[in-house]
Ligand binder design. Structure first.
Ligand code: CO8
Length: 258
């Protein structure tokens, strides 16, 4: 049985976490299949946008599979298996935009997966939380680093230290998600968003994503230099000329990714 499904249509790879009976918890198998699905989407020239979602009515993802927390792993082996590359690394290596479409529970490692995506769209009644400290552990795939960058130190510490959940509306207020819609509209709104992203020039999208993500790590001057380097490349692309021609000719541009 496969725990992650991928369906590609209209240049969008729909990657579905597919363990609805376990709230799409991140089992060892699911983590490996998720990483492989993302790598495949990145390598597929037909794909321009990736959407990640959870199967079933109840959850995007309820975090690590707690039923697999039965034995204490050897700490050195645990670290060796995750540094410098783990199953979450492909999120940072994917140049295509990744949209997380979130309904129901989005907890623990599930929230960390959502944080690794580029755009988060959520149902109003989605439930976000980081319960790890209550389990005697802590975020392990970027939560303690990505969350404060996204929502600020105070909100991140509140969520991480209390484990309290917030809904989709509150998540947008603090900047954890950027779009929130009524639950019945989530699928259609996600698809409309993904189609719009897929229609935009792929190389500009990839370079812009690279620059914005680098902004988290680089001093301003270095980031500005990177930006100049990247826009210099974009000035030479076919798609840049196509956009300008289409504007002059008052028609829709058709982008090829060159
Ligand atoms: N792992 C495994 N099974 C789960 C998980 C989970 N995280 N969450 C839910 N399930 C299963 C339940 O066991 C149950 O299955 P079964 O009936 O066979 O026992 C089924 O999903 C439905 O769940 P509930 O009956 O509990 O449904 P409720 O509506 O009562 O509660 C909740 C839903 C609130 C989501 C509840 O299930 C819950 O609290 N789940 C645990 C959430 C949690 O603590 N997540 C954090 C895990 S720790 C983590 O993510 C660490 C990440 C860092 C490293 C990343 C490595 C992967």
């Amino acid at each position: 049985m496969t725990t992650v499904l991928t369906e590609t249509r209209d240049q969008i790879a729909w990657i579905t976490l597919n363990r609805p009976e376990a709230m799409n918890a991140l089992s060892v198998q699911l983590r490996a299949e998720l990483a492989a699905a993302l790598r495949a989407a990145e390598a597929d020239p037909e794909v321009r946008v990736v959407v990640l979602r959870g199967a079933g009515d109840r959850a995007f993802c309820a975090g690590a599979d707690i039923k697999e927390f039965v034995e204490v792993p050897s700490p050195p082996a645990y670290r060796q298996a995750r540094v410098p590359e783990s199953w979450i690394t492909p999120f940072d290596l994917t140049r295509k935009p990744i949209v997380a479409s979130i309904h129901g529970y989005c907890l623990g490692g599930g929230l960390e997966v959502a944080l690794a995506c580029d755009i988060r769209i959520a149902a109003e009644d989605a439930q976000f939380g980081l319960p790890e400290t209550g389990l005697g552990i802590m975020t392990g795939v970027g939560g303690s680093q990505r969350l404060p960058r996204m929502v600020g130190l105070a909100q991140a510490l509140d969520m991480i230290l209390t484990g309290d959940r917030i809904d989709g509306v509150r998540a947008r207020e603090i900047g954890l998600v950027t779009r929130v819609v009524p639950r019945p509209d989530l699928a259609a709104e996600t698809e409309a968003l993904a189609l719009r992203l897929a229609a935009r020039p792929p190389m500009a999208m990839a370079f812009a994503k690279e620059a914005v993500r680098a902004a988290q790590d680089l001093p301003l001057r270095d980031g500005m230099r990177l930006e100049i380097d990247l826009i210099t490349h974009l000035l030479n692309t076919e798609d840049r000329l196509e956009a300008a021609r289409a504007f002059r000719e008052k028609r829709k541009p058709h982008f090829t990714g060159r």
